[in-house]
Design a protein around this ligand. Structure first.
Ligand SMILES: Cc1ncc(COP(=O)(O)O)c(C=O)c1O
Length: 383
């Protein structure tokens, strides 16, 4: 049992928590940092919101920009990636017949957002099939690019997928987009704190990510990066005092448009420097690498029990991180999920993806070999 690390977290000790991927989990010390900011806010709301939080927000934004290697002025906070993508989608000037090319592995809320805008504008949401099992990068690339037509205006794809838990090598797709004047938007909800990220190297047009998953922030910390050349075309989702400001700051308009959104609690955003410090203090890169190795072992043991076709065939370590999805042969995935949590106290997602039922295991520092063993025992009983 990895009690030492588990005791750093607020997680219920009775639950075998194998679902870091959905909403993350926040260590006590980072949660304390949130409470400390909220306490400062409530001690003197005007002083905190009008004055003190400005410097703190800047510090947080700059720390994150350094961590994901991007221009700080191109980075703004959002509560979650879906909200950020909603802003983008509502800003785009799409015409009838324009095509958005994505994949059949995208997160449901993002699919719905694209469907919504396509219904309004007459644009088309095209999904390339990324064939399973994945393994060869060129095959992945060919699968994706097979959907390109002369009408393709936008690429939208996950850097790591939700239901299938796959790390997509998006570098060459970003390059293709640049060379063919296609706007590329990456959904990196699972990337910060899970994989090294350099936005300056990747050069997407737009990138969204969550910090409350693998960067261990409390809930409600996400970001939107927009390359400078597109910022004038992005309308803020919330129009507030920063729009046509009577008292403009020295910051670029993109920052001005996003900073002030009325009476909102900015405390979660302010925890980013503490979350980055936590990683250093506890050598979290090493912890994360250990979890990635353990995922490979768990994957093998799970497949020995459940059989089924694996989602990855070759170069397995390149396509997986601290999560792995596997098919489950079961009639009712909702019953199965309830059984796992209610009877066995195992928190693990079971979802329907296309015609398959997939279970996805996540491992983080607080998980132990016992947690995986417990799942294996239950799977032996159920499958
Ligand atoms: C691939 C992917 N994109 C985006 C999200 C963002 O989720 P939300 O905006 O609903 O918090 C998630 C959450 O799990 C995800 O897995």
């Amino acid at each position: 049992m990895n009690n030492k690390i588990k005791s750093l977290f607020l997680l219920d000790k009775e639950i075998t928590y194998l679902n870091h991927g959905s909403f993350g989990a926040c260590p006590k010390s980072i949660f304390d940092s949130l409470i400390s900011f909220q306490t400062q806010l409530e001690n003197q709301p005007v002083q905190f919101l009008d004055e003190d939080s400005k410097e703190l927000m800047l510090n947080s934004r700059n720390s994150l920009a350094k961590f994901i290697d991007c221009d700080p002025d191109s980075l703004v906070f959002f509560q979650n990636p879906t909200t950020a993508i909603n802003e983008i989608v509502r800003s785009l000037k799409l015409n009838k017949g324009d095509e958005i090319l994505s994949t059949d592995h995208e997160y449901g809320a993002m699919d719905k957002t694209w469907n919504f805008i396509c219904k309004k504008t007459g644009a088309k949401h095209i999904k390339s099939t990324i064939k399973l099992p994945v393994g060869n990068e060129q095959v992945f690339l060919d699968n994706f690019l097979s959907g390109v037509t002369k009408n393709t205006k936008i690429f939208f794809l996950s850097h790591m997928t939700s239901a299938t838990g796959l790390y997509f090598p998006v570098e060459k797709i970003c390059k293709f987009a640049r060379e063919h004047n296609i706007l590329i938007i990456i959904d990196g909800a699972h990337i910060p704190g899970h994989f090294p990220l350099s936005i300056n190297t990747l050069q997407p047009d737009i990138y969204v990510g969550a910090c409350h998953k693998w960067l261990l922030c409390p809930k409600g910390v996400s970001f939107l990066y927009v390359n400078k050349k597109h910022q004038d075309n992005i309308d803020p989702l919330i129009i507030s005092w920063g729009y046509d400001s009577e008292d403009p700051s020295d910051y670029p308009e993109f920052q001005e448009h996003h900073y002030w959104q009325g009476t909102r609690d900015v405390s979660p955003f302010l925890t980013i420097p503490d979350a980055i410090k936590f990683r250093k203090d506890y050598n979290w890169d090493m912890v994360s690498n250990e979890c990635k190795k353990n995922i490979l072992k768990a994957r093998e043991a799970i497949h020995n029990i459940v059989g089924g076709d694996p989602l990855v065939e070759d170069n397995v370590d390149k396509w997986l991180g601290q999560m792995c999805s596997f098919p489950i042969n079961h009639d009712n995935f909702i019953d199965l999920k309830s059984l796992l949590i209610n009877k066995y106290k195992i928190e693990i997602p079971v979802v329907k993806w296309k015609d398959r039922i997939l279970m996805r295991i996540s491992l983080n520092g607080y998980n132990s070999n016992n947690d995986v063993d417990k799942l294996l025992i239950v799977l032996r009983k159920l499958v």
